[in-house]
Each structure stands twice: as C-alpha cells, then as structure tokens.
Design a binder for this molecule. Sequence first.
Ligand SMILES: Nc1ncnc2c1ncn2[C@@H]1O[C@H](COP(=O)(O)OP(=O)(O)OP(=O)(O)O)[C@@H](O)[C@H]1O
Ligand SMILES: [Mg+2]
Length: 408
Amino acid sequence: MNSFQLFLSIILFLVAAWYAWRYYDLKKRVDEYAHLARIAPESLPTDLNKIENLSNAVASLKLYFENQLSTLNSENARLSTVLEQLTDGVIIVDANGLIQFANPAAQKLFEISTAPGHSVTEVVRNHQLVDAWRRCQQTNEMQSESVELPARHQFLQLIAIPDTHASGSLLLVQDLTRVRRLETVRRDFISNVSHELRTPLASLKALTETLQSGALSDPEAGPRFLGRISTEVDALTQMAQELLDLSRIESGQVELILAPLAPKGLVTSAADRMRMQAERAGLKLSIKCEDGLPNIRADKSRLEQVLVNLIHNAVKFTKPGGDISLETESVTGGVRFAVRDSGVGIPTESLTRIFERFYRVDKSRTGSGTGLGLSISKHIIEAHGGKIWAESNEGRGSVFYFVIPINS
Ligand SMILES: Nc1ncnc2c1ncn2[C@@H]1O[C@H](COP(=O)(O)OP(=O)(O)OP(=O)(O)O)[C@@H](O)[C@H]1O
Ligand SMILES: [Mg+2]
C-alpha cells in the first residue's frame, strides 16, 4: 500500500466514523424525543438541535389535534346544554334495550333519578309505549304512540326512531298534557257559550210567544212577563259584558292603573260593598288584617272587583249561619289575600278547573252564575304579576288565595 492509498483509507475511515457518529447521535435524540412524547406530551420541546424539523412537524400536528379537540369539546358542551334545557325527553337505548343516556326532561317525565343502565321497560313503565319501542326495534322504522297516564294526570307522546349505526333507538318523549288541556278548555268554552245563550234565549222566545198569544192585554200577566223578559235581557247583557271584559283582559287591552295601595283599605272597602249581601244570606263577614303590611302596587278598582267576586262566591256557596273571613298576610315579595268560607267546598279535581271560563262544579247548584267570575279574577291577578289559587275541604269550606307583589 503506497502512501496515497493509506491516506485515502484514513480519509474514508474518518468519513465513515463521522457518519456513524451522526447516525448514533440522531437516533439517541429521536429516541429521547419519542420517550418524552410518551411520558409528557404536553411539554414537548420544539427547538431541539438537529431534529427541529421533526419536532416542528409533531408540534403542528399537536396543535391541529388540540384545535380539533377544542372544537369537539365546545360542540359537545353545546349539545349537552341543548339536551339539558330541552323540555322534551330524549332517551338513547342500545340494541339490548338498555338506556345509554336520558336527558333531565326524560328523567322528570318518567319520575326517575338515574336512567342509564336501566332497561326501557323499567323506566317507561307503560306497555303501549314499550310496544312502540319494540316495534321500532323490529321493523327499523319510526313509530309513535300517545297515551294518557291517569295516575299521573299526564298525556305523553313517544316517538321511537331507529339508530341505524348502533342498532339501538332514540326515544323522544313529549308532554302533551297542557296542549290537551287547552284543547278541552277551548271545546268546553264553545259548547258552554252556546249552552249559556240557549237557556235565556229559549225563555225569551217562550215569554214573547206567550205575550203575543194574548198575555200582552192581560193587566196582571202582561207586566209580569215583561219584567221577566227584562231580567233575562239583563242576564244576557251581563254575560256579554263579562265575556267582553274577559277577552279584553286576556288580550292585554285593559290597561291597569297601578298605584301604591294599602291592603287593609282595599279589603275594608270590598267588605263594605258585600256586607249587606252577606248579612241577608245569614252569614258573618269578618276581617283579619295584619298590622303594618307594606303597600302593594295595584289597580284599586280591578282588585276590588276580584275581592267582590270571591266574596260573592263565598256568599253563594255557604249555608246560612256560616262564616266568611277576609285575611291579609305579608309574604316574601308580596301580600297574600285570602277569602275563607265555611261553605260547601270544592272537590279536589275541580280546584284548578274552576278558573276556566264557564266552569261550574255543579251546574244544578242553586245560585250559580255563568262561571266567568273566577276566570276574570285570575286574569286580573295575573295582569298584576300575581298568582291566584284555591284550597278546599269538601263539605267544610274553601279558601281562595291571591298574592300581589309589593310596591317596588
Ligand atoms: N267559595 C266557593 N265555594 C264553593 N264553590 C265555589 C266557590 N267559589 C267558586 N266555586 C265554584 O267555582 C265555580 C266557578 O266560580 P265562578 O265565580 O267562576 O262562577 P260563578 O260564581 O258560578 O258565576 P259568576 O261568578 O260568573 O257569576 C262556581 O260555579 C262554583 O262551583
Ligand atoms: Mg262567581
């Protein structure tokens, strides 16, 4: 080997050694980086000597995935909020009939605290609704079913939609109780109006026919029949007026003249207006007013009309010898008024219905009017931002309460 070859070999050896060292160094750095990525991915350095290209590429990948994750998270949060706030129940059921998810509305509708893990049958507890879900599972087609649950006074509609990805199903549950109730109220209203009109109109027809067939010239019967016609016309006029009032209050056309008002003064003036009627019916009318009550913000004449309506009812539905008491009491944010009687009382199932137009507990009860008084009262109270309700013990008496916010 001459000296040139020796020199070349040394050079080649040095180059090979340099490359080997580079390879070793690079592998060591990549291994360290991979180790770090496994144990602490959140603190991966990006400015590593010699592998900055790789670390930069990993860093931008990481950033990309972080962005994707935060988009997913915010979409998830939005979806959860929607499901939580939804008034309809949403239930996700797997292929085996086990509940995977139920939103709060579904848990409330079926009166359960936790649904996931339970079976549809356990949670839904109604064979018609469970059958609808089964049909959906078997046919893979959407099914819907509506049922009335008398025990819970509820009317529910269930829509079962097949979930083709997970071979389970999605159940949507709607509470149609309110809608149904409104439908009934509307239907009753129409039939009640026609009924209420038919009776006085029929007697007017009969009275005029009697007058036409000779009674007009009878000096005794003539004026008597005319008197009865006048009474029927008055009743019709009053009904028309009440209906008009009601629709004007309902549509917000009646403007309340709100001013600070002392509860005691209001109760006293309503009692003064009704005292004579109560005494004539053999009833004792008393007032129990707390001292130092705050002023309420109210329309005096409208609120007095409510009290008069309530006292009038108490007089009508209490037998002679009974008591009626008017009470006021301070409650949080308002003043609570009560009209208490020792009368015939109201059956529990009618307690919420008596505020409907034309609703009367027992149409054959003597002394009943048209059934509009309480619905007018309810609208007046609600227009004041208040609340009205009744409690009763059948045969023992009733209490009508209403709360009016205090003067702010
Ligand atoms: N204090 C009460 N005691 C027992 N039943 C009552 C009492 N107040 C109301 N009711 C029942 O509620 C029904 C509705 O009352 P509401 O005042 O709306 O109508 P009304 O008194 O029959 O007629 P109107 O007030 O239009 O002349 C009454 O028919 C009655 O059956
Ligand atoms: Mg009444």
